[in-house]
Ligand binder design. Structure first.
Ligand SMILES: Cc1cc2nc3c(=O)[nH]c(=O)nc-3n(C[C@H](O)[C@H](O)[C@H](O)COP(=O)(O)OP(=O)(O)OC[C@H]3O[C@@H](n4cnc5c(N)ncnc54)[C@H](O)[C@@H]3O)c2cc1C
Length: 290
């Protein structure tokens, strides 16, 4: 893939570039257009403690550059990038280093959700660290059957929560196989996270989706409940539905775009292909032309 120019061009649709500078440039451009940013250094399932420590160092650099350039941006990281496969202690130490720096600079640190093999450990670490690092934010996935329960527990602690549909291949025993059920689950969880009770407990919800119906639902539910635009946000991925940015901005919604950068783009890229077959067809056409 790396050696084919047509494939490289297509990867660049979803990934800002190999270097942090690439992501920072995109973040600055988005900020200028009124859009906030989240920056992800691509990587997951590292095999050594050195790699895990390097990933945490990269996020410290992300935080330093966000501060230096006064960007409206936050980091968004994966626990398996910080060494979750190497044990909770390794991962926790790395996460605390990043969370502590974020706390000192009053910057949220978003902890992505990965496959269901990590859901319990990710939420457990989040719950354990949340009292110390109120700047930590977590993610739940509407395709998992368990998520309604997880959301209740997160509401209890007034969490900052990103709601997404979920991007991993999961068995039907634990995840809804039918997209309609995933969307319906998303709608129910959205309503719950925007309920007066959740907001009164300090919940700050982020609705990560490009699904126009669900974005409209969040906006309508917020409006009906008198929830002001600073109490929640819409999140999208770099390279997807940029056409919606201006409309959302004009409507007064707070929008954040997640910008990935780095060399280790394969896993992220494949998930973007898998969730939209048209992308695969487009990629094949480009490759044949190339
Ligand atoms: C900010 C952000 C953070 C995320 N973090 C996580 C996470 O931590 N864990 C996790 O499992 N998942 C995460 N995701 C991914 C998410 O779970 C979905 O896989 C992804 O957002 C696609 O679902 P959708 O909600 O956009 O709805 P869909 O119904 O899949 O898509 C709605 C519309 O969006 C557009 N679209 C969606 N995906 C693509 C694509 N790949 N290429 C082109 N167009 C597309 C299409 O127009 C489509 O009709 C995140 C998503 C966002 C936006």
């Amino acid at each position: 893939m790396d050696r084919l120019p047509a494939a490289r061009r297509f990867v660049r649709r979803f990934v800002a570039g190999p270097a942090l500078e690439d992501a920072l440039g995109v973040a600055a451009r988005l900020n200028a257009a009124g859009v906030d940013a989240a920056i992800t250094h691509l990587g997951e399932n590292v095999a050594t403690t050195d790699d895990a420590a390097r990933a945490a160092d990269a996020y410290l650099e992300v935080l330093a550059e966000i501060g230096r350039r006064r960007l409206r941006a936050v980091p968004s990281l994966k626990l398996t990038h910080l060494g979750l496969d190497l044990g909770d202690a390794v991962c926790r130490e790395n996460l605390e280093r990043v969370a502590a720096r974020g706390l000192a600079t009053r910057t949220l640190v978003w902890v992505d959700m990965e496959s269901s093999a990590y859901t319990d450990r990710t939420l457990e670490l989040y719950r354990r660290l949340h009292p110390t690092y109120s700047n930590l934010a977590c993610v739940v996935q509407s395709y998992l059957r368990r998520t309604a329960q997880d959301v209740e527990r997160l509401i209890e602690i007034g969490a900052t929560v990103r709601l997404c549909k979920g991007a991993y291949r999961e068995p039907p025993a634990i995840a809804f196989p039918d997209k309609r059920d995933v969307d319906a689950s998303y709608a129910r969880l959205l309503d719950r996270l925007l309920s007066a009770d959740a907001l009164a407990r300090g919940v700050y919800p982020a609705f990560a989706t490009h699904d126009e119906r669900l974005i409209a639902r969040a906006r309508e539910k917020a409006k009906a409940g008198g929830v002001t635009a600073d109490r929640y946000e819409i999140q999208m991925l770099y390279g997807i539905r940029h056409d919606l940015h201006a409309t959302l901005g004009a409507a007064g919604s707070r929008l954040r775009v997640l910008i990935p950068y780095g060399e280790d783009w394969y896993g992220y890229f494949v998930r973007r292909l898998a969730e939209r077959p048209a992308n695969l067809a487009f990629l094949f056409r480009q490759l044949l032309r190339g």
